[in-house]
Design a protein around this ligand. Structure first.
Ligand code: FEO
Length: 367
């Protein structure tokens, strides 16, 4: 779906730019600002986040407006900007509750550390009831339709979920803290730095963040595998049948065919996960190892999930065992010992395995 880098220009007595864009888009940003006002008239630049997709065009803006004051979180935001762009600019460090009057508007800053860098903050304009939320509440969407309700609801929510699962998820406790702070504000608009602007579905995205930041899961199952000669794949399909027979929604992913980011999105609120690999050169398959690294980084604590490692093997079940160890590292509740099958799973084995999976899921499923 791509992504946008949103910067916001506030036309007040002190002309204020909230965030910039990635460096390659600097000339486009300046051209768009110039359609409204001479960029040299910018007096305030708010850098809610140091990451270069938002700060990368600061030097380009400062060429036009060298006297502008750059407001960033103190001290980490200011230090990060100095490390990237030097200390030649007029930086002003701010903390939660600090305000800045720019004319009709008084802007309030709220630090949101680790959502998803230590320097993050958001900026609130009570006059407009707008929250400039930077990365929080962003989505992987590119569209000329700028507001949430101008786009299909399911698409916006799905892309907000994908963004959360793949960017914000590791810092869910911190994101929940930030969410509670944001909920105190009277908000008509949430203007994130990626994707569309929330106007008509603010309660929906806040409710979704409530769910995601508290790691709530649904009766859903994700099965992820790679396979060399289809034996592990056949096991995965038997698991899918067994879970389906237990009345639980199943999502089956062959790692050769599906992006990790899509799998993580589905896994975010899934209660059950099965991950399978055969043994290759005494280890799990490289695709599976890559996925486990991605999972460990994004979701280091899976104590809300139940898991099983599985896979076929020729002479030593080392691959599936390695998956089991990796799942244990992510604090998954292991539903059973590693499930292995020597060479090719036959009909009798598969029928029995399917029944065992159904019974396992039923025993854990809410009545
Ligand atoms: Fe969109 Fe963390 O940058």
């Amino acid at each position: 779906m791509g992504i946008t880098y949103n910067a916001y220009l506030i036309m007040d007595e002190k002309i204020t730019l909230v965030d910039t864009t990635k460096k390659p888009f600097a000339s486009e940003l300046i051209e768009r600002i110039s359609q409204i006002v001479d960029p040299s008239k910018i007096e305030v630049l708010i850098a809610n986040h140091v990451e270069m997709d938002h700060s990368g065009s600061i030097p380009a803006i400062m060429e036009f407006a060298p006297e502008a004051a750059i407001y960033a979180c103190a001290p980490l935001g200011v230090n990060g900007l100095k490390a990237h762009y030097g200390d030649k600019y007029n930086y002003v460090g701010v903390k939660t509750g600090d305000t800045l009057n720019i004319g009709k508007r008084t802007l309030t800053f709220v630090q949101t550390p680790m959502v998803h860098w230590p320097d993050n903050m958001v900026t609130y304009s009570a006059y407009d009831k707008i929250l400039f939320s930077n990365d929080a509440f962003g989505q992987h969407i590119t569209t000329s339709k700028r507001f949430d309700s101008d786009n299909p609801y399911h698409l916006v929510m799905a892309q907000a979920k994908k963004y959360y699962a793949n960017i914000v998820q590791p810092y869910s406790p911190q994101a929940n803290k930030a969410l509670q702070a944001v909920k105190e504000l009277d908000i008509d608009i949430i203007a994130p730095s990626h994707g569309v602007i929330w106007k008509d579905h603010i309660q929906d995205i806040l409710a979704a963040y409530d769910k995601w930041t508290t790691r709530q899961v649904e009766e859903k199952c994700v099965i992820v595998f790679d396979s060399m000669w289809h034996s592990t794949e056949t096991m995965a399909r038997a698991i899918a049948s067994g879970v389906t027979a237990a009345g639980v929604e199943v999502h089956l992913y062959d790692l050769k065919e599906n992006p990790q980011s899509d799998i993580m999105t589905q896994l975010l609120d899934s209660k059950y996960v099965f991950i399978g690999s055969p043994t290759l050169n005494s280890h799990m398959m490289p695709n599976v190892a890559g996925f486990m690294t991605y999972l460990k980084g994004l979701s280091p604590d899976n104590s809300n999930r139940h898991a099983v490692a599985f896979g076929s093997y020729g002479w030593a079940p080392l691959g599936p065992k390695e998956v089991q160890a990796a799942l244990e590292e992510t604090k998954c509740n292991m539903m059973s010992d590693v499930e292995t099958c020597n060479w090719v799973p036959g009909r009798e084995y598969l029928d029995d395995f399917e029944i065992r999976v159904t019974e396992l899921i039923k025993s854990l499923k809410k009545c």
